[in-house]
Design a protein around this ligand. Structure first.
Ligand code: SF4
Length: 292
């Protein structure tokens, strides 16, 4: 049986993947906006349990081609352990095409480029990294644990190891006062990293987080859909990328956009300019449809 502890989170693009909970929780667990693993104490699961789950999946699931290693930052587990998991996966699923995991900046700090390369050769070829912002003051307020320069440094380690990165930026994280600077600096950092994918989420206070408490005290600006569109425009305008897929398809977004950069940059900006000029006709996703 697959046994999942607590609530399971995965990126939207892993909807059809086998989710294997290699680690429980997040080893960092301090980002002010993140409530995903507050109720879990971080630990690495015993390899014997994972081997049994992989064998169960082989007997009960057909056509496993993608595997996502949960929870919040499985990459922080020792490389030797992850290699054992990857070896078991490869031996068990002949059609396996990719294994992916969330990578916190802290896990990218502890894994060496050589370890990442060895893991990539064993199948772990994609990391999801929450950059959130490229603005130092915003990163500090979110308690991300790294500044922009360190974010670039650790993310580039993945690039050196030839691991693909799917990065996330948190719209609205700078509030109204830092909206423009947050967008410009985030575009600078994403451009410096050059990920394969970049997506946006909208910062949303969730219960039992420091951000929620700030929101209750009236210290968090909730940007209007037009303000978010302006911020997104500033962000997209600043991106200098070569072959990156852009998406704003997470449920928190008010506008659903996608394209490949730089090819579709002008078209994306045109859509955003139209939205900003005529917000009353804009295809904003209503709050009730976002399920938030
Ligand atoms: S590193 Fe990721 S999973 Fe961990 S607290 Fe921060 S946002 Fe949440």
């Amino acid at each position: 049986m697959l046994s999942y502890e607590g609530t399971l989170y995965r990126p939207p693009s892993e909807a059809d993947s086998l989710i294997l909970q290699a680690t429980i929780g997040c080893s960092y667990n301090r980002c002010t906006f993140c409530g995903m693993y507050r109720d879990k104490r971080f630990r690495v699961r015993p390899i014997a349990e994972l081997r049994a789950e992989i064998q169960w999946a082989a007997q009960n699931m057909v056509g496993v081609r993608k595997v996502f290693l949960a929870d919040g930052d499985a990459l922080v587990a020792k490389a030797a352990f992850l290699l054992e998991v990857l070896d078991e996966l490869r031996r068990t699923f002949p059609d396996l095409r990719r294994v992916s995991a969330y990578a916190s900046p802290q896990s990218l700090q502890v894994r060496t480029v050589d370890e990442m390369r060895a893991l990539r050769e064993a199948g772990l070829s994609l990391y999801y990294l929450g950059i959130e912002s490229g603005h130092d003051a915003v990163l500090a307020r979110l308690e991300k644990g790294v500044d922009a320069a360190e974010m670039i440094r650790v993310a580039r380690k993945a690039g050196e190891a030839d691991v693909k990165l799917s990065t996330m930026v948190l719209l609205g994280a700078g509030g109204r006062a830092l909206s423009h600077e947050h967008a410009v600096e985030s575009a600078r950092v994403v451009s410096a990293i050059g990920p394969r994918f970049v997506s946006t989420l909208v910062m949303t206070p969730v219960a039992d987080t420091p951000l929620w408490d700030e929101a209750q005290r009236g210290e968090v600006d909730e940007l209007t859909p037009v303000e978010l569109a302006r911020e997104l425009r500033d962000f997209v305008a600043g991106l200098e990328l070569e072959g990156t897929i852009f998406r704003s398809n997470h449920a928190s977004n008010r506008l659903t956009l996608k394209g490949t950069l730089p090819k579709d940059k002008a078209a994306l900006l045109e859509v955003l300019d139209t939205v900003i000029a005529n917000p009353e006709h804009a295809p904003f996703v209503p709050a009730w449809l976002r399920g938030l």
